[in-house]
Design a protein around this ligand. Sequence first.
Ligand code: FES
Ligand code: FES
Length: 195
Amino acid sequence: MAEDADIEATLTRRQFVGAAATSAVGLTIGGSDANAAEQSAETTTVSLTVNGTRRAVVVDGRTSLLDMLRENLHLSGTHKGCDQGACGACTVLLDGRRINSCLTLAVMHEGAELTTIEGLADGSKLHPLQQAFIDTDAFQCGYCTAGQIMSGVGCIREGHAGSADEIREWMSGNICRCGAYPNIVASVQRAAKEV
Ligand code: FES
Ligand code: FES
């Protein structure tokens, strides 16, 4: 009888392990299906004009405009510094206005017109502010430079480049860790006279 009880216990354990394994596989497959459904539900196609070209980009609903530019469109000229709106390295022009692209979601900008540093030049002719940055040596490491230039273009367009003090005030969101500020301000002042 004791032997029968042992066999019964063994079978019960085997049945239990088998049932648990089946259940685990079922859960895994179910989980995978659920993830796939969830991912496709979160993915959206955003159509927008980037540097004059119409683009349709498939993005996760949580993708920032900055990540869409860098990861989906491979426009890596727009830099990621802080990724939380504190440094200005990611500045682009959205419908003509400067914006920190790390602080906004790509899906919010269906139909928008976007200009990045890659779209600023006119063919081989640099934008006056790009040229001014070169001529006045307005960068050292260059990490902040694309954001500074895009912000400077916005600053000039907004009419906030009337004096060095005004430029400092209206570009205060763009941080330069190398401290190239005097030459950056000089570049914006110079370009403001040309555009
Ligand atoms: S990376 Fe966007 S503000 Fe710093
Ligand atoms: S040039 Fe180095 S951070 Fe501005």
